[in-house]
Write a protein that binds this ligand. Sequence first.
Ligand code: ASP
Length: 461
Amino acid sequence: MSSEDYKGYRGAALSTLKNFHVRVWSDVEVETSRGKFTGIILPRSETADDRHVVLKLRNGYNIGLAADTIHAMKETGYKKANYKIPEKEFPYDPRKPRVKLFGTGGTIASRLDYRTGAVIPAFSPGELYGSVPELADICNLETEKLYGVFSENMGPEQWIGTAEAIGREIEKGVAGIVIGHGTDTMHHTAAILSFMVQNSPVPIVMVGSQRSSDRPSSDAAINLINATKTAAESDIAEVVVCMFGPTSDRYDLLHRGTRVRKMHSSYRSTFRTIGDIPIAKVSTEGFVYFRDDYKHRRDDKNVTINTAFEEKVSIVYYYPNMKPDIIEALIDNDYKGIVIAGTGLGHVNKPLYPALKKARDKGIAIYMTVQTLWGYVQMYVYDTGRDIMELGVIPAANMLPEVAYGKLGWALGQTSDLKEVKKIMLTPIAGEITEREPHNGYLIYQGGIPEVEEFISRNWK
Ligand code: ASP
């Protein structure tokens, strides 16, 4: 046996494999004190603990079995995963539009579960064509890997790098841009790019997948096909998120970059437009636009890239009994901006008032958003709201907390004049503040209940 046969395993987990004469990629039947399991032993990440054996079950899920619960393991076969995606040359068709795909990482860029360490980035056009041949029917695709990170590791450096890469590509002339991204923080990046990249003549489409492409229920291919189609053909010259529709894999929804949020940790239909309705839906059959108030595609190469960003900004999620030391810590650490996600219409408790006043006196910009996500901050309704406004906290209308965070960092990157910052913050740039939230926005696309399905089929056939 070579070390590859035990890839990543150490300690008790390694001894268990050796005791039962099984190895990585063995197809095994395992008897444990929790019952019987059948599946394939996956490699283990070097940084993972040394007590668990990881099994890919027949249904595609991975489980960790504690070594001390395993009574027996029997190898019934050996199925080494094929690491190499068959590369096929992406065909060039002069009649098709040119689309650029930037990779930043996330599940969409991996073929096996990333926790096992067996991560397969599929980013050359040849690899993508090998796994999703439909892409060649849509466009001439060029790819570039900007980063290879899970999206919790995206930050100002990557946001700025991505915005600059988008700018370069637009100036060269491209029909549209696709950005592959981990889903966890896709809405943060979508919002920030909506501010850093303005006046784009073409669609900038963010896409990800909740389930890696080795799983039967993966959404990677459908999302990628629809995102590429949106970049190549749609009329929407904005930053949008293209992800799985509410109930089925029949279509994806196109969400405005400043109004979208990941709302479920594991469902494929996790992205929702908040405080509004999505811009459109897309499927292989084409686009259904639900509205017309988006920025339309143009035939030029002009774009404004402004990547100024102040990193010393924080979101404070208020909870009952929060102590002022939280705000004091931000003051002591020289923070320049604070976004509060307050309760109800935009509230925090009284003990925070002196700290907020102190922050304001020190020149820290403080904006209020709501934890409810839907609806507006309305600080004139209760005394609490009025008091907090008097301390200098500025209501941020119906901007989502993460969006206000991105916008405040971007505004403070450009000026430290708080009046200017306020003007930037409260002037809508990319739909982050709207005049009203449509009543049907809250009702539709929230998860495919029968009334919703009926509503959709009645209104958008
Ligand atoms: N943790 C992953 C990420 O956000 C999840 C995903 O890609 O869906 O990078």
